[in-house]
Ligand binder design. Structure first.
Ligand SMILES: NC(=O)c1ccc[n+]([C@@H]2O[C@H](COP(=O)([O-])OP(=O)(O)OC[C@H]3O[C@@H](n4cnc5c(N)ncnc54)[C@H](O)[C@@H]3O)[C@@H](O)[C@H]2O)c1
Length: 443
């Protein structure tokens, strides 16, 4: 099929590249010329495992094109995917300006009938709104059907998720349009759920809200564990072995971040408020997450008093491992709070430094070497569970730091390891001990 993907970000690029790899003829469109030029040269502007070789292969075989030209992108296609961003407005609602703008542009360029797929995460009712925008602005003789096809890929394993996702959701009022999407995806052999448009839009928000709830739930349990002397590792393993609950998303830590959970939970809470149903559970989930992200600096202040002039290493900037995305990352809040307290911050990340430099400029020193980050540091805060951090030997903290104190927001090391190396090691939801085995009081 002939497909255009409108918006070449984390979702659009992976979708476009992988659809080309399935044999479709794909044009990826973006308004950022720099991004498109990089892509035309075969380089991915984002860090995503396995993406670049597939990108280069499909440019070479002529199935994958990149453009900033709306006419070239939208005039004639079987399908157009909308994958532009839907960031958060200051009041928590989804900002739909990019979706609305791209809908208008598409309508203005159409020369043939087409199916438009809403892949961006949008509040219930938006796909119908986009149908209206296009109806009102397209050439009158053309038939356009807008369907909902929410995206569930996870950054860091997005290519794998494209090929082996759990389900594909297609929301449509039109059987033929739904059948075209089914045909597009059929080589993947992923179960497809066909439903109405509003339910499809809701499935996406409800999925993210449920996962966020699981995270905040285990984090609340972890706080209780700390207070009563239980160990969250044992508790999570015990809970997760119940098949009705499952082991996933039960890792206690300093909360969820990224470009989806924070904004989608807030957008769903807002949506619920708009229909006079305060979503109290979700509001609590959001509150717990905000509190969780502040834990490392709170714990640091409790243990060290003032942080003024202290040298702090923040290990991990990306919101999770295997991505360079730092949107809503816990590290941003931690670094900001540390700077506000007068600390001198060096931050380590293997891939996210260019994005972090855009946020903090010269206020923070950056390095892609853990050793360099912790050299002469008074405190190390682990914010992302990169393998590079998990595999970094604990004894080196003692060797490189002034007086090794680690606040581990992702429980990367075992308590036994910390004890063996006599390191002051504070983690999340686990009994707190000093290197000498005596308990550290956090109350
Ligand atoms: N990132 C994820 O893990 C993920 C997962 C599932 C769903 N989603 C949803 O998918 C959507 C896209 O997310 P993302 O992370 O890929 O965003 P992104 O910010 O990485 O990419 C959006 C792209 O759209 C481009 N764009 C903006 N306006 C445009 C226009 N008028 N025409 C063409 N391109 C335009 C931007 O330049 C940018 O490159 C969001 O709604 C998000 O919630 C994201």
């Amino acid at each position: 099929m002939k497909v255009t993907v409108a918006g070449t970000g984390y979702v659009g690029l992976v979708t476009g590249v992988c659809l080309a790899d399935l044999g479709h003829h794909v044009t990826c469109m973006d308004v950022q010329e720099e991004k498109i030029n990089l892509l035309k040269a075969g380089y991915s502007p984002i860090y995503e495992t396995g993406l670049e070789p597939i990108l280069q292969k499909n440019i070479a075989n002529g199935r994958l094109h990149f453009t900033t030209n709306p006419k070239e992108a939208y005039a004639q296609n079987d399908l157009i995917f909308i994958t532009v961003g839907t960031p958060e407005n200051p009041d928590g609602t989804a900002d739909l300006q990019y979706v609305e703008r791209v809908a208008l542009t598409i309508a203005g360029q159409l020369e043939d009938d087409v199916i438009v797929c809403m892949k961006s995460t949008v509040p219930v009712g938006t796909t119908e709104k986009v149908q209206k925008i296009i109806e009102q602005n397209k050439p009158p003789h053309l038939a356009v059907e807008v369907v909902s096809n929410p995206e569930f890929l996870r950054e860091g394993s997005a290519v794998e998720d494209f090929y082996y996702g759990d389900r594909i959701v297609i929301g449509s009022r039109n059987q033929e349009a739904a059948a075209t999407l089914e045909e597009l995806y059929s080589p993947l052999q992923i179960p497809m759920i066909k439903t109405d448009i509003r339910s499809a839009e809701m499935i996406k928000y409800a999925s993210n809200a449920f996962l966020a709830t699981k995270i905040s739930f285990i984090n609340e349990i972890s706080t209780l564990c700390e207070k009563i002397g239980a160990n969250i590792d044992e508790v999570a393993s015990g809970i997760g072995s119940d098949r009705r609950i499952g082991p996933h998303f039960l890792q206690a830590g300093i909360g969820y971040g990224g470009s989806c959970f924070p904004k989608d939970t807030k957008a769903l809470a807002q949506l619920a408020g708009n229909v006079q149903h305060p979503f109290e559970l979700l509001e609590a989930v959001i509150k717990v997450n905000n509190r969780q992200q502040s834990l490392p600096v709170e714990k640091a202040k409790h243990l060290l008093g003032s942080l003024q002039g202290l040298k702090v290493a923040v290990l991990g900037i990306a919101f999770k491992p295997k991505t360079d995305d730092i949107r809503e990352a816990a590290s941003i809040k931690i670094i900001t709070e540390l700077l506000n307290e007068g600390a001198i911050v060096t931050a380590y990340d293997p891939v996210a430094i260019p994005n972090a430099e855009k946020v903090f400029g010269e206020k923070v020193m950056f390095t892609d070497e853990i050793r360099e980050a912790i050299l002469h540091a008074d405190l190390a805060i682990i914010a992302t569970e990169w393998d590079q951090i998990k595999m970094f030997p604990l004894y080196l903290y003692s060797e490189y730091m002034n007086d090794a104190l680690i606040i581990d927001g992702r429980n990367c090391y075992s308590l036994a390891q910390a004890k063996r190396h006599e390191i002051k090691y504070i983690s999340i939801g686990r009994p707190v001990e000093q290197g000498d085995g005596s308990p550290v009081s956090l109350n």
